[in-house]
Design a protein around this ligand. Structure first.
Ligand SMILES: [Zn+2]
Length: 384
């Protein structure tokens, strides 16, 4: 049981207050603080608090297996790019291909930063809005038909189907697409009409208010399921499923990877061909990906997904309550609310409070005793 410290990522879409407040730090320069990473990804490794040893080095010197996950806390203030993540073989092949082309690992136009797939799951900490998979073609046509200027896209989806229409919406060099984007932006940006949050128009407006010069991708907002999660709800995104986080705070758990293929709504590198090659262009139902939490006898709540490498769980002992478990694989524990005292046999005890985290080595019998206001901790672990 070792205290660790993760790393903050200052991506532009992040908020300024949530993560500093959570971690008890001061955001002096009012930088956006988008993500807090707890893991061993080479671009931002968590360190032991006392000796500043990267946690993957610590695990290997103790003969423990490497982490198969990356745990994150996100504060989504401005929408993220529409994206999908590759599967295992696509990631392996893409990483090797870009290496062979001599593209530097930190190059802005690099798609594959590692050779791993990146399945992800998220648990909402606030009301959380996201785009998740494609709507039914008829539903998309109906939404698009609400804007006369989008008639070419309506015609395309009705005559050629979803895949062709989506590729058309992403053909940013085409005159017709530029005309549609421009007209839609004009309609929605200049109008005083306000739209409900569960309409694509609301999010097109929001995007244009914050990014008036980036129109590429706004048409795709009509193609995807718009989902609102209540706090405590969890959902997962398998490889190839198109998605975008729109607003809110969450806990995210994913494979130890940073492989993202983007389809616009970002000033970052986009590679439409690679995205179309890897993403699944077929309608899906978000409710099929909502995770039903399961409670164990010790009160632990597990968020079980089809992913075989890692798992997220939540521990919420009541004020003064206790819970115990045995760590069989490396685990990271993050305290989100309240405080607790952790002990692993003998006299080894640690106090954990909001914003603090621990690495647990395999083979520990862990006892957790909640403080006077209880505790809410997230636990990420390798699946054996
Ligand atoms: Zn993602």
């Amino acid at each position: 049981m070792v205290r660790i410290k993760g790393q903050v990522q200052a991506y532009q879409w992040g908020g300024q207050e949530f993560i500093p407040e959570l971690l008890g730090t001061i955001n002096e320069n009012l930088q956006p603080q988008a993500e807090y990473w707890l893991g061993a990804h080479p671009s931002a490794r968590a360190l032991t608090l006392a000796d500043r040893i990267p946690i993957d080095d610590l695990l290997s010197t103790r003969g423990a297996p490497p982490l198969q996950f990356l745990l994150k806390i996100l504060d989504v203030n401005d929408m993220l790019s529409i994206q999908a993540h590759p599967n295992k073989s696509q990631a392996k092949e893409g990483f090797a291909r870009e290496n062979a082309l001599g593209i530097a690992l930190d190059a802005k136009y690099r798609n594959y930063k590692d050779a791993s797939d990146k399945p992800e799951l998220m648990l909402a900490l606030s009301e959380f809005w996201l785009l998740h998979g494609f709507r039914q073609a008829e539903e998309i046509a109906e939404l698009l038909a609400g804007h006369d200027c989008l008639a070419p896209l309506v015609e395309c989806i009705q005559e050629q189907g979803l895949a062709d229409a989506f590729a058309f919406a992403l053909d940013f060099a085409a005159k017709e697409v530029q005309t549609m984007q421009h007209a839609l932006a004009g309609d929605l940006y200049e109008t005083k009409t306000s739209f409900a949050k569960d309409t694509p128009e609301f999010w097109v407006q929001r995007w244009l208010q914050n990014n008036p010069h980036v129109k590429n991708g706004i048409l795709t907002l009509f193609f995807l399921n718009l989902v609102k999660l209540e706090p405590g709800m969890a959902v997962y995104q398998p490889a190839g499923l198109l998605h975008a986080y729109l607003e809110g705070q969450n806990v995210e758990l994913m494979a130890n990877s940073d492989n993202v293929l983007r389809a616009g709504l970002t000033p970052k590198h986009i590679d439409v061909n690679e995205l179309l090659r890897t993403c699944t262009i077929a309608p899906s139902h978000p409710q099929d990906f909502v995770i039903n939490p399961q409670m164990l006898a010790n009160g632990e709540i597990r968020f079980i997904t089809p992913f075989t490498d890692f798992e997220l769980a939540e521990l919420c002992p009541a004020p003064g309550g206790n819970t115990t478990w045995r760590s069989t694989t490396p685990e990271i524990l993050f305290c989100y609310e309240g405080s607790a005292t952790l002990s692993t046999g003998g006299s080894h005890r640690l106090d954990l409070k909001r914003g603090e985290s621990l690495l647990l080595l395999p083979g520990a019998d862990v006892a957790m005793h909640a403080g006077t206001s209880g505790a809410r901790c997230f636990k990420a672990r390798n699946l054996p």
